[in-house]
Design a protein around this ligand. Structure first.
Ligand SMILES: [Zn+2]
Length: 202
């Protein structure tokens, strides 16, 4: 369950000495408080979604919306609102999301580098995860490494999701009586095709 909603916090208050109260006619008693609303997910502020101004006469204590006051209030408020800043913490969630995206991009790049290094130096028992021509995923295991080729055992099973490959990568699924020869060329083709998804080395 994702808990989300909006929440308001007080941003800034000021007195507006030139604004007349339309209730008690006091001339110098008007104040304004600005509240900023933000969207939160699990109480982490995600991004701001607008501000509300509440006016209050400190003499009669009546509260007003801007539209309930005269032109003097409109003017005073438009001068004041430029000084009301949205605090940066209201963007925390967006900042976290941006960091996660950067981090995911970084780990993805690191992982590609790791795979590129391993494929150049194949070793016995390496398990390669690859995408098949029909867009399924399967594995093969290296049995032996020679100068220009490797012997591999293919997995008898395929999955339609990459994340499920770990479930079929079990010893019983490799037919040890059949092995295939992959040349250095084949390995290069696989490596550059984008179909090589992972290499597991213990
Ligand atoms: Zn008043």
């Amino acid at each position: 369950m994702i808990v989300y909603g909006t929440r308001s916090t007080h941003l800034k208050s000021a007195s507006l000495p030139n604004v007349r109260c339309t209730n008690c006619e006091s001339q110098h008693k008007m104040t304004v408080s600005v509240y900023g609303r933000h969207v939160h997910i699990f109480w982490i502020p995600l991004f701001p979604v607008g501000k509300t101004a509440i006016f209050e006469c400190q003499h009669c204590h009546k509260g007003f919306k801007k539209s309930e006051l005269g032109n003097d209030a409109q003017l005073a408020y438009s001068n004041f609102k430029g000084s009301v800043k949205t605090p940066i913490w209201k963007f925390s969630g967006l900042a976290i999301i941006a960091l996660l995206i950067v981090f995911a991009g970084y780990s993805n790049k690191k992982d590609k580098e790791r795979i590129a290094t391993l494929v150049e130096q194949p070793a016995m028992y390496d398990v390669y995860t690859f995408r098949t021509k029909q867009n399924y995923y399967s594995t093969f295991k290296i049995l032996e490494v020679f100068k220009d080729s490797i012997y591999v055992n293919y997995n008898k099973y395929e999955t339609n999701k990459l994340s499920d490959v770990k479930n079929i990568d079990i010893k019983a699924n490799y037919d040890n009586s059949m092995y295939y020869v992959l040349t250095t060329n084949d390995m290069e083709t696989l490596s550059t095709s984008g179909d090589l998804k992972d290499i597991k080395r213990d």
